[in-house]
Design a binder for this molecule. Sequence first.
Ligand SMILES: NC(=O)c1ccc[n+]([C@@H]2O[C@H](COP(=O)([O-])OP(=O)(O)OC[C@H]3O[C@@H](n4cnc5c(N)ncnc54)[C@H](OP(=O)(O)O)[C@@H]3O)[C@@H](O)[C@H]2O)c1
Length: 280
Amino acid sequence: MNNDVKQLLLADGQSMPQEGFGLYKITDQSTITSAIKYAYDAGYRLFDTAQLYKNEAEVGNALQELGLPREELFITTKVSEPNQGFKQTIDSVKDSLQKLKLDYVNLLLIHWPIERAFFDTWAALEELKKEGLTRSIGVSNYQMIHLQYLATQAHEMPVINQIERHPHLNQQPLLQYDKEHDIITQAWSPLGRGTILDNPTLNKIAANHHKSAAQVVLRWHLQSGVAFIPKSVHEARIKQNINIYDFTLSDEEMTAINNLNNFTRVGKEPALVYEYNLKY
Ligand SMILES: NC(=O)c1ccc[n+]([C@@H]2O[C@H](COP(=O)([O-])OP(=O)(O)OC[C@H]3O[C@@H](n4cnc5c(N)ncnc54)[C@H](OP(=O)(O)O)[C@@H]3O)[C@@H](O)[C@H]2O)c1
């Protein structure tokens, strides 16, 4: 285990590694198995999948084949839009667990807020937690208004909000809101899917520290106090992305990166997904 990766205490008493490994767009069995092996050997313990990624079975095969100790792992999956609704959610999560070959996941998220099944899906997550099929429950792509609306009927609130966050979309107001409500923000596409890595400001800061632009961005997430889940299929990058614990960005460097915000998304707009009931 990489002892440098901090464990964050969630509002429900569980703990979660601050840095994890993303598995979106990796579907081929041998690539999944090798990526998870490289990641585990490098010190990642959190693996982030979703029903939408269509790789839960391959992830389950990899975890079994590699014989990774369950108690060391933190596995997240997410309920897709077509599987939302009370009964559909319960059935689909049981199916996810079968594919993953697990008795429980550590974290279950609603992938996107949708109008059609907004409260029923959350009620199903509360039930699945009671049944022990997930240790923690949370949401993804929820904006402040979705969290406020959820609070009108929820028996317990999400402990995680997984949102798009990178230097072009730093999400400062939502980070603040999550923090004030005991919700940990977890950044998806923390590297902006690679689109931001040729930015001159990032590369200048990287040169100051003899690090790559990707390492600077991940260090920025770390020092911003959020959790983050970079994805790569390449061993050298997987190692590089967790080798961020031996340098510190100055306040000026943090400000310079915060100032790169230009509200550009690499993913979808949550308000529209909510309205369309589907990631369009
Ligand atoms: N909740 C949601 O709605 C949602 C949405 C999107 C993503 N996610 C989660 O967040 C995870 C991460 O997001 P993401 O996969 O979209 O994007 P990301 O982690 O920001 O970026 C991944 C891209 O950057 C490249 N890359 C990785 N490390 C690099 C490095 N050190 N130097 C240069 N390029 C590098 C990767 O290429 P190679 O693989 O070729 O190295 C890949 O093209 C996903 O895998 C998924 O688990 C969640």
